[in-house]
Design a binder for this molecule. Sequence first.
Ligand code: 7RM
Length: 654
Amino acid sequence: MVEKVQAPIEALLQEGRTFPPPDEFRQRANINDPGVYEEAERDPEGFWARWAEQLHWFRKWERVLEWNPPWAKWFVGGKTNLAYNCLDRHLTGARKNKAAILWEGEPGEVRILTYWELYRQVCKFANVLKSLGVKKGDRVTIYMPMVPELPIAMLACARIGAVHSVVFGGFSSDALRDRIQDAQAKVLVTAEGGWRRGNIVPLKRNADEALKECPSIEHVVVFHRGCYEQSQVPMTPGRDLWWHELMAQAPLECPAEEMDAEDMLYILYTSGTTGKPKGVVHTTGGYMVGVYATTKWVFDLKEEDTYWCTADIGWVTGHSYIVYGPLLCGTTTVMYEGSPDWPERDRWWALVERHGVNILYTAPTAIRTFMRWGEEWPARHDLSSLRLLGSVGEPINPEAWVWYWRNIGGGRCPVVDTWWQTETGMIMITPLPGITVCKPGSATRPFPGVAADVVDDAGNSVPAGAGGYLVLKRPWPAMMRTIYGDPDRYVQQYWSRYPGIYFTGDGAKRDEDGYFWIVGRIDDVVNVAGHRIGTMEVESALVDHPSVAEAAVIGRSDEVKGQALWAFVTIKEGVDRHQGLEQELREHVARKIGGIARPDRIIFAAELPKTRSGKIMRRLLRDIAEGRALGDTTTLQDPAVVQTLREQYEHLEG
Ligand code: 7RM
């Protein structure tokens, strides 16, 4: 039962309240010696090499790191295979028949794949891909619901050296098309649909729409999830093939390709400051080592643990901490297909109870949603199996941290707030749960061997308490290697502001104890419910609508989602601003990008505030939306514009 901790949240948040690891947790932790920080600092390359030695290499590396900023090569000369390390390595011991993936579908089915069974399926699907002409280095786009076939397809790619590009199932056909085109993928793996809050997500229909403009795709493999009858799914002859039919024919033997440590493993698209998503490239050896080390230490994984990360595999959190990290550690990783409020608002807690989940990793936006739904939902279930909680995706406000610690963790589980990015591949700033004294709202300290700093415009470290830009001063094994097809953008985006230093795009401050407090993005990226969305992408989608002349999109603080998208729009002359236009524009964006990018509000403006050089001053729009005093307006071309907007907005609010 949930242990009741009576003190109100406010009392727990009183100044100075910190959360050291409980004694019992510390004693049993995988790592509880604070000396690891110094040890890694003295010799970071040696530190990472010791992790690499725990994994399987066909051939050992010659050098741990070759660093020609901003180009890094890790484990140079080493040959390995990530799927081999996730699967084959576990088959000679007791893990052979251990649950690798424990899956629950939204309608309630449960499937458990042991390491042996997962290995068999991966080998077979690897052979399916080969039979479709997929070779080492070819790109395979995967557009799937959260079913075991999604990690099977990823691991099959890794096994034969194909590069996977997973596209989140919530993205629209246009977004899918852009990503397939950018990667020039040869094969698309999808399903006819997936379940979400009792509704069907029509993946195959979206895929068919996207594929009208994707000549690189030769074949589509369709997994039958069971949302529609097979006969209801239109299949293009010669192009589309059923997963189960191919698998029934596929041979079982498939040797793991010997991959160079620097061979490409995957591309994952993420939003940046332009309208075009960036294809973040991760390679094999360094990614494997970084993800393995962080999974083991941050989540304190034990042989008997059942671990659940609630992310979607379409995001980097799912790649690193549902699929690769946990399987490298030989853990049981839980996957859930659907929505947390289906059929009721206690679905997650029912799941924790049913499967005896020990470690739960989720996002602040989910925690805030549960806070709003009320503590009675988790209280209906026995959550005593939980021993560690994690948070990722955006800053966690101290109230949500304490609520999570108390109502989900029963006041016994450490909470690890983990900061990292698609680009970093692995967790970078985080508590180590057996060592770190936590402060709610702080991601605490860099993982051993990681060098983070907070700097000013000139690149100088700022003093304790002052704000600045979060940067990373030393390469790390899971770092991105480039942007697919656009190395210049890689250099320009991440390595140009301070030469040789990685620019994260986040603002942060560090306190007197050296703890990092991440403030959020300082660029044109908005974090909506833990999803990264480029304001430029939404703006392009809006101006694509025939009625829109100009659009400026900003993130406005939101109690549940962290940030919400607000769009300021001017419409073309002569266009009638009819009643339904706001809704029409919101839907247009959802169609162009996906539901996650649908703006919360559209504010029609006669004009947008601009500088004399014609740049839209989003900063002032943010001030208006937040209802605060306007910042510096001296560079405005026409000061009357913001005044009108503000009055108009206040009138609307009133
Ligand atoms: C893992 C992931 C990255 C951006 C990052 C931050 C924000 C992520 C935290 C966080 C404060 C955290 N990858 N962010 N984790 N901010 N505290 N613990 O989310 O590429 O999708 O997003 O997310 O702004 O730059 S991501």
